[in-house]
Write a protein that binds this ligand. Structure first.
Ligand code: PLP
Length: 451
């Protein structure tokens, strides 16, 4: 291919990057990724980069699995596309829906496909409102979510999300979405114990339901472990209380499993790790390990039956796309047959946890939190007071992220938190190498910022 500088110039000229200050990127030039294998990316200069984010939290089985490429090629030759609207179906969608019904806990037995997580959460908004309307309660249409949650980037899913910098662009949130506070003890817990704080934050849901009216609130949505908000692992008291409140007030519970699903937390689904029984789960990302764009909503019997009582005027050209569905099915076969979820639970996550929690001894690090193979550190100038660094561009998170990238490690930052979500196939040796690069980058950032 063309030399790196030329590729960068062409990229800057014609390509608008998501979630990027494109003018600034054009100045320095985007790094061009050309290949990937296992947990390593290769760039156009031949540098090998350890991908501690698994792309965007999605390449659960790692890069470069030929089986998925072979399945995609076979499916493209046999039936590259057909839709599942009106009166037709096809084998990959049938097989994938059945497999997901088998893997998903409880009576989550029905799948509505989409091309990703944002579309699936848009489906959920319309599905829960249609559910209550079909039951004769059309005013029960408010969905409660959380500040600093991420549920996607479309107008609907972005409204469910609680990212104020997103809301500020493009007229979000849409009506009848309500946000309560997040269970982020480090940043917002003050003098409370984590346990009391978890309970208090969950009880905000009850307060909101009572204020808004039991007959107005349709559903609550949350990521079992908040991902893009900074890998916020809630205190153990949080989710059981949320479940109690949803049950008490007859509120549908939606678990957004887009990051947590398919082994990330050490179970097949994050709902199992935090002990909740959702009515609907949003899935995407790890469903195909990112090899093909596919997502969906896995829905319980009761909701599916009520929706089936009428026509649901909703769907996407690529709902259940045969190539994406075949790739997802092959990905699930690999996850299952190679015992990758067991590997996370029994080998990778316990090993990573020990190394990760030891990061708390670093002078820049406050708390070090981990759940399965997603983890975060809070950066602080003073551990005792849990003081915050500034989070504007050019400050601590950006410095750490750039140091990591310069050390050939992809690690992301959110404000003053640094986060990882590596491929699930990481071995203890890979973890050692990742931790070596993280510590080196933190030391360099400390020298630049503090010393
Ligand atoms: N939900 C969660 C929890 C996510 O993390 C994301 C993406 O990061 C989404 C939804 C949106 O998924 P997509 O980018 O596939 O639309």
């Amino acid at each position: 291919h063309l030399p790196t500088a030329e590729l960068q110039a062409l990229d800057a000229a014609h390509h608008m990057h998501p979630f990027t200050a494109n003018g600034e990127l054009a100045q320095k030039g985007a790094r061009v990724i050309t290949r990937a294998k296992g947990v390593y990316l290769t760039d156009s200069e031949g540098e090998e980069i350890l991908d501690a984010m698994a792309g965007l939290w999605c390449v659960n089985i790692g890069y470069g699995r030929d089986e998925l490429a072979d399945v995609a090629a076979r499916q493209m030759r046999e039936l590259p596309y057909y839709n599942t609207f009106f009166q037709t179906t096809h084998v990959p969608a049938i097989a994938l829906a059945n497999k997901l019904a088998e893997l998903a806990p409880g009576d989550l037995n029905h799948v509505f496909f989409a091309a990703g997580g944002s579309e699936a959460n848009d489906t959920n908004i319309r599905m829960v409102r249609t559910y209550w309307a079909n039951k004769g309660q059309p005013d029960k249409n408010i969905i409660i979510s959380r500040k600093n949650a991420y549920h996607g980037s479309s107008v609907g899913s972005g409204s469910l999300g609680g990212m104020v910098h997103m809301h500020a662009q493009g007229g979000m949130p849409i009506p009848d979405i309500h946000h309560i506070d997040q269970p982020n003890w480090w940043a917002e817990g003050g003098d409370m114990s984590p346990e009391d704080f978890g309970l208090a934050r969950a009880q905000e849901l009850e307060k909101a339901i009572l204020e808004l009216g039991e007959d107005r609130v349709a559903a609550f949505i949350g990521e079992p472990i908040q991902g893009a908000g900074g890998v916020i692992v809630p205190p153990e008291t949080y989710w059981p209380e949320i479940q109690r409140i949803c049950d008490k007030y007859d509120i549908l519970l939606i678990a957004d499993e887009v990051i947590c699903g398919f082994g990330r937390t050490g179970d097949w689904f994050g709902s199992q790790t935090v002990g909740i029984k959702p009515h609907i789960m949003t899935i995407a990302k790890g469903l195909s390990s990112g090899y093909a764009p596919i997502g969906g909503s896995i829905v319980c019997d009761e909701v599916a039956e009520v929706i089936a009582g009428g026509e649901f005027n909703h769907g996407y050209t690529y709902s259940g796309h045969p190539v994406a569905a075949a790739v997802a099915l092959e990905n699930l076969r690999i996850l299952e047959e190679e015992g990758i979820v067991d590997h996370v639970r029994d080998v990778a996550a316990p090993y990573l946890k020990e190394k990760w929690e030891a990061l708390a001894d670093h002078p820049l690090v406050g708390e070090a939190k981990i759940c399965g193979m997603m983890a975060s550190i809070a950066l602080t100038p003073d551990k005792a007071s849990r003081a915050k660094f500034a989070t504007e561009p050019g400050t601590v998170g950006y410095v750490c992220r750039d140091r990591c990238f310069a050390n050939n490690l992809v690690m992301r930052h959110v404000g003053d938190r640094m986060i990882i979500s590596p491929p699930l196939i990481l071995t203890p040796a890979d973890i050692d190498e990742m931790m070596r690069r993280i510590r080196k980058s933190l030391d360099e950032a400390h020298a630049e910022l503090v010393e």
